[in-house]
Every structure is written in C-alpha cells, then in structure tokens.
Design a protein around this ligand. Structure first.
Ligand code: HH2
Length: 271
C-alpha cells in the first residue's frame, strides 16, 4: 500500500473541478459535463497530480444540495475520467464517495472531516481510498458570521488530531490520510494568514498537509477591497508558495499551470 506522501510528493498540485452552478470563483464554468471533463484533462496535462471533482459548493452562505443532485452533477464527469485520470471526490456524503471510488476515484476530500455523514468513515475504510480531513468551524451557511478561537492554530491542530484519531479508530490507515486547515471555513482574514504563518505546528502532526488558498476572498481583502468575494491569481500563487515553504504538501488550486510553474521555481530556489 502506497502512503499518501509517496503517492503525492511535496509539492503536488490538486486541480479544482467544481461541477456546480454556484461555486465562489468558478460557479457554472464546469457545470456541463463536457466542460468539466475537458478541464480535468487540461489540468492533468498542465501538471496536476490529481483533480478534485465536486458537486456541492461550500462557499460562505451556500445551501446544502441533496445526494441525488450531487450525484447527477458529478457522475457523468467521474464516469468519463475517474478510470483514466487521478481523481479525488470533494464530498461529505458517503453515498457519493462510494460511487466515486467505485468509478475509480482514489481520494475522498471531506470538508466535514467525517462529521457530515455517519457512514462516511466506513465508506472510506472499506474503499481503501486516500482521505483528506479538513477543519471547518460551524457550517457553510453561517461559518463566516463571527468565527472565534482561543488560539486559531492550536484549536485547528487539536481538531485535526482528534479527527485523525477517529479516522484511524474507524479502520482508515493513517498512512492514507492528509490534513487541511480549511482556509476560509469559519476564519477571518487574519486567522487564515496565521494558519499559514504557523503551518509548521500543523506539520508537527506528522501527516501531509493540504492547503487551499486559491482565489479565496482573504486574498482580495488583503489587497484593499473589504467586500472582495475572490482573490486574484497573483495573490493565490503567493499564498500557495508560502504554504509550500512552510511545509504544505498538496496545494489545491483553480489555476494549475501557473501554480505548477511557481512551485517548481520555488522548489528550485529552496534547493
Ligand atoms: N476549499 C473549498 C472546497 N473544498 N477542500 C479542501 N480540502 N480544502 C479547501 O480549502 C477547500 C476544499 C472551497 O473552494 P471551491 O471548491 O473553489 O469553492 P466552492 O466550495 O464554492 O465550490
């Protein structure tokens, strides 16, 4: 069994394929299966190690979708690419994860860290898929209203440690799990930046760290627009490279080619 760090060496890029009408930065772009399939192929050709297919937006304020709707969105895409390309399924639903893995998805990216569906841990354990456990405070509908922590890094670290222990107790091999601080999921701009600044404390948990800062609104806000809903590519790359430099292994991004190039250069500079 290959560990997740052997499968995705540092740094690896995960390309985002949102098959949704309402994702915060690319809603609608890949809603038609043909577009999503073409995007997935392009991202792998541009150097992504894996593409993350999702059928439910988790942007601040998003309403949940049913399993049927989610399956209707992602199945045609997975049927076309999951046996052929390295694919991850971005879902909190066990049924969606099961179907995706049957079709060839190799990683389950659960933004609820196995809290959204009581059957998810079993679905992942049985499938043998890789797993990403992400931190979120609250739920997407309300998470940005007034996020508070004693110390954001210590709180996120304790959460991820507990979720990792839970996953292992449910029969999921630790070597198959990576952890994600959940940038933008119940965090202020400053809390998001502090999580990257002190990423070494999360690296100390001993599992590979995934970071998804791509286009997130904190990057637009720090550039001077307090109402920003997204951030630009330039700032996304800066955040990804900084996260890599502080120990991140997998960078989850919308703009694959630019991030692959930036990370290759950063790696060369770091030596
Ligand atoms: N961010 C989003 C969705 N899934 N998964 C992980 N592991 N880490 C993240 O930071 C993360 C994630 C939100 O970004 P996006 O998919 O572009 O938007 P939306 O949720 O609106 O579809």
């Amino acid at each position: 069994m290959r560990s997740i760090e052997e499968r995705y060496p540092r740094p690896s890029v995960m390309g985002i394929v949102n098959v949704t009408p309402d994702s915060f930065s690319d809603g609608g772009v890949n809603l038609r299966p043909a577009d999503a399939i073409a995007t997935a192929h392009r991202m792998i050709a541009e150097g992504a190690a894996i593409v993350d297919v999702g059928g439910e937006s988790t942007r601040p304020g998003a309403e949940p979708v049913t399993a049927d709707d989610e399956l209707r969105r992602v199945l045609p895409v997975l049927e076309a690419v999951a046996g052929e390309l390295p694919v991850s399924i971005d879902t909190a639903k066990a049924e969606v994860a099961r179907r995706a893995v049957e079709l060839g998805a190799e990683l389950v990216n659960d933004v609820t860290a196995l809290r959204g569906d009581v059957e998810m841990a079993e679905a992942v354990a049985e499938s043998g898929a890789y797993l990403c456990l992400m931190h979120m405070l609250g739920e997407p509908r309300t998470m940005q209203l007034d996020p508070r922590y004693d110390d954001v890094v210590s709180d996120v670290k304790a959460f991820l440690e507990e979720r990792l222990r839970f996953a292992v107790s449910e029969g999921i091999a630790e070597e198959r799990v990576c952890l994600d601080p959940g940038i933008g999921f119940g965090k202020t701009v400053e809390q998001n930046f502090e999580l990257i600044r002190r990423l070494d404390e999360l690296v100390d948990l001993g599992r590979p760290i995934m970071v998804g800062f791509s286009r997130k609104s904190s990057l637009g806000k720090v550039l001077g627009d307090p109402e920003a809903k997204t951030g630009p590519l330039s700032a996304s790359i800066a955040a990804a490279v900084t996260a890599y430099e502080r120990g991140a292994t997998i960078l989850r991004v919308h703009d694959v080619r630019e991030h692959v190039e930036a990370l290759a250069a950063a790696q060369a500079v770091a030596g």
